[in-house]
Design a protein around this ligand. Structure first.
Ligand code: SF4
Length: 384
């Protein structure tokens, strides 16, 4: 097992568009959370899908990713306790640098003290939930930071010795907000982050945004705006030396997310915490999503696994095709489809995909139509 994910479910409030499994809390139950995760580590069979008996873990753990929720709401001493305990549990001599340790953080949680403590605890990569540099758009999203906090957070992280910084941005916001996506991109690029993750706004059920749209208080998604802003991001980022190595992720040379790259290449991983998923190459399992249910299960020494699915051969094949086409590595078509389906040949003619070194690789226009390409190739739906 080389990749470990920890889901920290707490947020101060729910963002407009968010349907993640979170627990909105004024007081963050940090001690209870750390205790619960460490109890989960000790439940036999929970943390080691794909790990062989006798593996110490010392040579194999490559990445730890603290996602959420808002992991940066955990006090630094709780994060340090958690990471130190995981280092002991997995027999790591040090968490520094050989292991990529990512913390998802909101800009308002980055201070000189927290950043210094995070670095000391072994965190060497921060994924910052910037989302926009437009204060009006940030308020509309129910974010609790303003644009000025983003640049301040980046500077503070760098001063603390954390240079591997990723910024999350959301595009395709409703036209009525008059958000200038090009200006947001320029402001993000001016900070020269190592990595950028760009997500188009989608409307998920049971979110504030879905309710606003259903009563006419917000406009529904606009596909043309989505495509235009996505393609603008590709051209601006490429001009500044960033390479899109996955449909939503771009990086400077040597700065790809090792953790997320493991997901996209189909490698096994373990997840800890409520709603965390694990995958051993054949089966996927996931924990109870509600914080209290999860906490009670592990406190009683029970497995917190809610369910699992063993992937059929067809599901594995579909997933393999989908994941490969999400990335710039593309799909080795020569080994599978000979000749290419005529529908896929049309994709090549339209410039939505290219064959490079015997691999089918999406262009930016193709990534906009990824689900359709996977359907053409496999004859079935996508895994989402
Ligand atoms: S901070 Fe992130 S996880 Fe929390 S509500 Fe907002 S989008 Fe969702």
């Amino acid at each position: 097992m080389r990749h470990l994910y920890l889901h920290v479910p707490f947020c101060r409030r729910r963002c407009t568009y968010c349907d993640f499994s979170i627990a909105v809390r004024k007081r963050i139950p940090a001690r209870e959370y750390v205790d619960a995760v460490l109890q989960e580590v000790n439940i036999p069979g929970v943390t080691d899908p794909g790990r062989e008996p006798g593996d110490s873990g010392s040579e194999v753990l490559e990445t730890i990713y603290l996602g959420g929720g808002t992991p940066s709401l955990l006090p630094p001493d709780a994060l340090a306790t958690l990471l130190t305990s995981l280092r002991d549990a997995f027999h790591l001599t040090s968490l520094r640098d050989a292991v990529e340790v990512t913390l998802e953080a909101n800009p308002e949680d980055v201070t000189r003290d927290t950043a210094t403590a995070w670095r000391r605890a072994g965190i060497n990569r921060v994924s910052l939930g910037a989302q926009s540099f437009d204060d009006q758009a940030l308020q509309w999203m129910h974010r609790s930071h303003d644009a000025a906090r983003i640049a301040a957070a980046v500077a503070t992280l760098r001063l603390a010795g954390i240079d591997n910084i990723s910024l999350d941005l959301i595009f395709a916001l409703p036209a009525g907000l008059a958000r200038d996506w090009g200006r947001d991109l320029e402001q993000a690029l001016a900070l020269r982050p190592a990595h950028l993750s760009l997500y188009g706004l989608t409307v998920e059920e049971r979110t504030p945004l879905a309710r606003w749209i259903s009563r006419g208080a917000a406009s529904p998604p606009d596909d043309e705006r989505y495509a235009a802003e996505y393609l603008l991001a590709h051209s601006r980022l490429a001009a500044c030396g960033y390479h899109f190595y996955e449909v939503s992720n771009a990086a400077l040379d040597g700065c790809r997310s090792r953790h997320n790259s493991a997901y996209w290449s189909g490698r096994s991983y373990s997840g800890l915490g409520p709603a965390a998923h694990s995958f051993d190459g054949a089966a996927r399992r996931w924990n109870l999503s509600a914080w209290e249910s999860y906490r009670r299960a592990v406190a009683a020494g029970r497995s917190p696994v809610a369910s699992q699915e063993i992937l059929s051969n067809e599901q594995r094949e579909l997933e393999r095709v989908y994941l490969a086409l999400r990335t710039d590595a593309g799909l080795d078509v020569a080994a599978l489809y000979r000749p290419l389906p005529s529908s896929t040949v049309r994709w090549l003619e339209r410039g939505w995909a290219e064959v490079r070194n015997q691999r089918l690789v999406c262009t930016p226009e193709g990534w906009l139509r990824l689900d359709a390409l996977v359907r053409d190739l496999t004859g079935c739906g996508t895994t989402g």
